[in-house]
Design a protein around this ligand. Structure first.
Ligand code: PHE
Length: 453
């Protein structure tokens, strides 16, 4: 049997994990939620939430993955053989595939919009029609499907190349590139006339907007943004070698994810305000509002705005790809390790499965828009199911597993590399307290409150 691959260094671990974390969540949801819930006041809540609730989950997944060097199912079976915990292993193979199915639809749109930007379709004379262009495009049948196949195909190709030649290489190049791109776009956006209001929207603290909903949104957003509760971080951690300081790499990942989200805020919102538009989130923001802005700013044939629109959609595409590969890797690791299928076959099978669900998600914007599950279209149903339910339940169970099922000595051993890491040893009591009590209790309360209403 070929030896299991490992990430090469601390930097690669952080780049791969940050690659999974940085994605659509940072670009199309974070900037909007920040403004909606009180700017800097929300950012403070978000940071506290990241470090007190999301970090313990990230560490729980990392502990399980690195301890066993196995994917989700194998890891659970090794640490709790013959127990019901194997269902958590199975659940977390299924969840990322659901996310991948609808995420690929959006990945496909990003590819399509990159092509539109390159072919100068966002022109001043088109400005008004640019917004309606998205509705027409997403509800059509073939073009979005073709773009989704390309996106999913690229994802499968990178995953097929393996952990070192595919995922590691791609993340090492894409993460620095993404940071450079988002800084360029932010500088452009902030220097537009009238951008000041957008900057204010992001940084002016308004504590009156910190409603209970703000806390639930901060938690949901930080789980989605850090790819938690669905086994992706666990699987990536299974490729981390035994000498690595996992508190440091988890901290680095959370830091870069947060930094990118804030930069994305400055890339998006000032431009939205400069154009005098009411901010929104989701597809509307990225595929309607921003192309409209690019088109308007292009008045006078400015080459700069065309360039920025190309860079913007390239950023979205690359960020989405670096996340989608982590979703596919979870299932591939399972098939290769547990079912002894070749990486080649595993990748193709998952490509086909997600393609089928992805087609349904894509068509739910047009031909299948009448099909409703619990009152939601197929696309929205998959999104809700994954981000409101599967991620939270998965995250909760991972922290319960590490805090209550695993042996405390084993957890300590893993976090401190057998006691050799002095700083981690000092932090251990605090981190363990977060994993065992703070995270599960708070997440359960927020989850239940969310259900009640
Ligand atoms: N973190 C990714 C984003 O912000 C989404 C994601 C969710 C990736 C779950 C992997 C697993 O877009």
């Amino acid at each position: 049997m070929t030896p299991r691959e490992n990430f090469g260094s601390r930097a690669t671990v952080i780049m791969a994990m940050a690659g999974s974390a940085i994605g659509l969540g940072n670009i199309w949801r974070f900037p909007f939620i920040v403004g909606e819930y009180g700017g800097a006041a929300f950012i403070m809540v978000y940071i506290v939430c990241c470090f007190l609730l999301s970090m313990p989950i990230l560490l729980s997944e990392t502990i399980i993955g690195r301890r066993t060097h196995q994917g989700t199912f194998g890891a659970m079976n090794t640490l709790a053989p013959g127990s019901a915990w194997k269902w958590l292993g199975l659940l977390t193979i299924f969840s990322p595939l659901i996310i991948l199915s609808y995420y690929s639809v959006v990945g496909g749109w990003s590819f399509a919009y990159l092509c539109k930007a390159i072919s100068f379709q966002f022109k001043p004379e088109n400005a008004e029609s640019v917004t309606s262009m998205f509705g027409a495009f997403s509800s059509s049948t073939w073009a979005p499907l073709a773009c989704m196949v390309i996106f999913l195909g690229l994802t499968a190709l990178i995953v097929y190349l393996g952990v070192n030649k595919g995922i590691e290489k791609f993340s090492k190049i894409s993460i620095p590139v993404l940071f450079v791109l988002i800084v360029i776009i932010a500088v452009y956006s902030i220097t537009l006339p009238g951008a000041g209001e957008g900057v204010k929207y992001l940084i002016k603290p308004d504590f009156s907007k910190l409603t209970p909903g703000a806390y639930a949104s901060a938690l949901g957003q930080s789980f989605f943004s850090l790819s938690l509760g669905v086994g992706t971080m666990l699987t990536y951690a299974s490729y981390v070698n035994k000498n690595e300081n996992i508190i440091a790499s988890a901290g680095g990942t959370a830091f870069f994810d947060l930094l990118f989200a804030i930069l994305a805020g400055f890339a998006v919102m000032p431009a939205v305000f400069a154009a005098g538009i009411t901010p929104s989130s989701g597809p509307g923001l990225v595929f309607e509002t921003l192309p409209f802005i690019f088109a308007k700013m292009g008045a006078g044939g400015q080459i700069i705005s065309v360039t920025v629109s190309i860079l913007f959609f390239l950023t979205i595409l690359v960020a989405a790809l670096s996340s989608s590969i982590s979703m596919m890797e979870v299932g591939v690791a399972y098939l290769v390790e547990e079912k002894k299928v070749s990486r080649h076959k595993a990748t193709i099978s998952l490509f086909l499965i997600t393609l089928v669900v992805g087609i349904l998600c894509s068509l739910s914007f047009g031909t299948l828009s009448d099909i409703k599950l619990f009152g939601l279209t197929i696309f929205n149903f998959c999104d809700r199911l994954a981000s409101n339910f599967l991620m939270t339940v998965g995250a909760l169970l991972f922290s319960v597993f590490v805090g209550w099922k695993m042996d405390k000595a084993a957890v300590k051993d893993e976090l401190t590399n057998g006691g050799t890491l002095k700083s981690s040893s000092k932090l251990f009591p605090f981190v363990y307290f977060l994993i065992k009590y703070v995270a599960p209790v708070t997440i359960a309360v927020i989850f239940i409150l969310g259900f009640i209403g």
